[in-house]
Ligand binder design. Structure first.
Ligand code: 5RP
Length: 222
């Protein structure tokens, strides 16, 4: 199976976690795009979704799925999203699609995070994928030095030669060279650095379930 087929497989499998009659939290990325396509087939049974990015919002609306502002609804039963890396305990690196801040917000609003990913995303130790960090622009040089002090190399994410602007109007650093042995401690520490908006390690908002697409089918990791 191709990677695209594996993404479609887990996107479809995630439907079993969607609670009829309840608003669902929807993440961002190519795997989630497959989930959104599957979600459209059951849209008549749902009030709608809370979305983690402008990109997902556009896709949801294009398929006739209502999108609620996060402040309009209470706790969500489930949040479905992809990951750039996931370890055996459900800790993830996320933000490859630049949506990490809103992803963390919607995940925090949800009782259960269901991660959908192809098997290439499963790792033993987080950090091979450069960790995205959303930052306030005036702090980016200092935060870059703080990462250097712990062995990380931070590079500004660019688009058309200029710093990429997130949906929140901020900048992104991608930090390579880290081996994150303790994701919870790492997330807690980096979150406290002045100017960090969100660090793309999801340990406090880890996945309760991971639907992993493999050549043998969907493996459910809990
Ligand atoms: C976006 C994300 C995505 O979930 C992550 O990048 C995985 O994306 P894909 O499903 O395209 O591999 O965190 O900010």
């Amino acid at each position: 199976m191709t990677q695209d087929e594996l993404k479609a497989l887990v996107g479809q499998a995630a439907l079993q976690y969607v609670v009829p009659g309840e608003v669902v939290g929807v993440g961002t990325g190519s795997t989630v795009n497959k989930f959104i396509e599957a979600l459209a087939t059951v849209k008549d049974r749902l009030p709608g979704a809370v979305s983690s990015s402008e990109a997902s919002t556009q896709r949801l609306r294009a398929l006739g799925i209502r999108v609620f502002d996060a402040n309009e609804v209470g706790e969500l039963s489930v949040y479905i999203d992809g990951a750039d890396e996931i370890d055996g305990r459900g800790h993830m690196v996320k933000g490859g699609g630049a949506a990490l801040t809103r992803e963390k917000i919607v995940a925090a609003q949800s009782r259960r995070f269901v991660c959908i990913a192809d098997e290439s995303k499963r790792v033993e130790v987080l950090g091979r994928f450069p960790v995205p960090v959303e930052v306030i622009p005036m702090a980016s040089a200092r935060i870059t030095r703080q990462f250097a002090a712990i062995g990380g190399t931070a590079r500004a994410r660019l688009k058309d030669g200029a710093p990429l602007l997130t949906d929140n109007g901020q900048h992104l650093l991608d930090v390579s060279g880290l081996a994150i042995a303790d994701p919870m401690a790492f997330e807690t520490e980096v979150n406290q650095w002045p100017g960090v908006v969100t660090v793309g390690v999801f340990a406090h908002q880890k996945a309760a379930v991971c639907l992993l697409g493999t050549s043998g089918g969907v493996r459910t990791l809990t």
